[in-house]
Design a protein around this ligand. Structure first.
Ligand code: ADP
Length: 201
């Protein structure tokens, strides 16, 4: 199945995507990780994106759409994938739908992790404290404020987009990790029972 794991920065998308990857074998496609890898490797793409990412703004749609399509065509995505941090804008969501359609696939499910802003800010503070000074360049309380603003402005409208498609499920992202994992598993099971995952999904 093809699944979008959705939520504001610090909501635990990456943590849950990794758990799902382990459990089901669907690779976690994180555009944030891919972009950070490009920066670490010193590629042209990385150089173009570094300042944008450090400020908490979004890199251009065509850049992330390009890297995600390339990645999705790798053989390990044949049975599906978990989209983490993508799509983040309506044009990205439309491009994703189109990309999948061309391959006779679709997004089966979108799982939103709902977390209050206050909790997100506390989580990032903890992440910085625990990192011993080697935190991500965009993991500062100031940049987080901007990332949250960007999320509400550009990304949150996608909730309506997917709701209209009947694909959205929301889980409480403030529960302990294992409980969030359990709630996600229930959503996936339920979708499977309803038959929206297709044969062998
Ligand atoms: P978080 O989930 O903590 O917000 P990510 O690792 O998903 O962090 O993304 C980090 C940064 O990478 C974003 O703030 C943005 O600059 C860039 N980025 C990642 N994915 C996208 C995307 N789909 N569209 C535009 N920019 C993106």
């Amino acid at each position: 199945m093809n699944l979008v794991i959705f939520g504001p920065p610090g909501s635990g998308k990456g943590t849950q995507a990794k758990i799902l990857q382990e459990k089901h074998g669907w690779p976690q496609l994180s555009t944030g990780d891919m972009l950070r890898a490009a920066i670490a490797a010193g590629t042209e793409l990385g150089k173009k994106c570094k300042a944008i990412m450090d400020s908490g703004e979004l890199v251009p749609d065509d850049v992330v759409i390009g890297i995600i399509s390339e990645r999705y065509d790798q053989p390990d995505c044949e049975k599906g994938a978990i989209f983490d941090g993508f799509p983040r804008t309506i044009p990205q969501a439309r491009a994703l739908d189109q990309m999948l359609k061309l391959r006779n696939k679709k997004i089966d499910l979108v799982i939103e992790l709902k977390v209050d802003d206050k909790v997100l800010i506390e989580r990032v503070k903890t992440r910085i404290a625990q990192s011993g000074g080697v935190a991500r360049a965009d993991d500062t309380p100031e940049t987080l404020q901007n990332r949250l603003a960007v999320y509400y402005q550009n990304t949150a409208p996608l909730l309506e987009y997917y709701k209209r498609q009947g694909k959205l499920s929301t889980v409480d992202g403030m529960a302990p990790i294992e409980e969030v994992t359990k709630a996600i598993a229930e959503v996936i099971d339920q979708a499977g029972r309803k038959g929206c995952l297709g044969v062998g999904g």
